[in-house]
Design a protein around this ligand. Structure first.
Ligand SMILES: Nc1ncnc2c1ncn2[C@@H]1O[C@H](COP(=O)(O)OP(=O)(O)OP(=O)(O)O)[C@@H](O)[C@H]1O
Ligand SMILES: [Mg+2]
Length: 231
């Protein structure tokens, strides 16, 4: 279980997150929602060790992660799929996947068949350069690369952004599969309302860096969520 408690974050003098708390449990999807600029990416970057937070705590499996670097967060089992994907355009699909090995012991430096079962298109395109894939294929590659690291927590930042509907469907299926296997805690940042609504077990809605709703999906009627998200 990942717990974020009372997190604050600044860029220079400007405060972006104000006491954000959320939880993500294995086998569940926590959807982080909110309009542009409310701090969703900043929150994920803090959890992934990509930007320092100024206050609060992050706990994984009962252990406090004390302001981890990106490498330490990865080593602890936190994998991050950034908004905009950030795949390496000049590396092949296989080489992109291999970059996920960085936090693993040498004995685990192989790409499990399962990755290609989840994303068959990546098998067909093993030797193609990342930059030559379509946007949807690049998104699948970014998720696959995160899974290569065998994470305990998967952070997905707007995986449907700019992606065509049939690939969105495939990505949704993969998230469902991972959720139902029960091993990985998933935090899904998403502005595609129905996509997030269909997958989430917990909602955390941000507005101007503050949590305005944080509760189980089962206790959240669609209209209540819609109203909070669009403040
Ligand atoms: N590196 C940075 N330096 C200064 N300000 C930043 C930086 N990155 C983000 N911000 C500001 O922090 C706020 C939150 O940005 P963030 O990217 O976390 O929002 P978001 O909810 O992910 O938005 P979007 O939905 O557009 O992706 C915004 O006001 C943004 O301008
Ligand atoms: Mg963002």
């Amino acid at each position: 279980m990942l717990k974020v408690d009372n997190l604050t974050l600044h860029y220079g003098a400007s405060q972006i997150l104000w006491g954000v708390s959320l939880t993500a449990r294995p086998g569940a999807v926590t959807a982080v929602m909110g309009t542009n600029g409310v701090g969703k990416t900043s929150l994920l970057r803090a959890i992934a060790g990509r930007h320092p937070y100024s206050g609060g705590t992050i706990t994984l499996g009962g252990q406090v992660l004390d302001h981890p670097s990106a490498a330490q967060a990865a080593q602890a089992g936190i994998a991050y799929v950034p908004q905009g994907r950030e795949i390496f355009p000049l590396l092949t699909v296989t080489e992109n996947l291999q970059t996920g090995f960085a936090c693993l012991p040498k004995s685990d430096h192989h790409i499990p068949d399962r990755i290609y079962d989840l994303f068959p298109v990546l098998k067909q395109m093993k030797n193609r350069r990342g930059g030559d894939l379509s946007g949807g294929q690049q998104q699948q590659l970014a998720i696959a690369r995160a899974l290569v690291a065998r994470p305990k927590v998967l952070l997905l930042d707007e995986p449907t952004e700019g992606i065509q509907p049939n690939i969105i469907k495939q990505i949704g299926k993969v998230i469902e599969l991972l959720r139902d296997e029960g091993e990985i805690a998933i935090i899904l940042v998403e502005q595609f309302f129905d996509f997030a609504y269909g997958l989430a077990d917990e909602f955390c809605v941000l507005n101007r860096g503050e949590v305005v709703l944080n509760q189980p999906a089962s206790a959240t009627p669609r209209e209540v969520l819609l109203e909070r998200v669009s403040i």
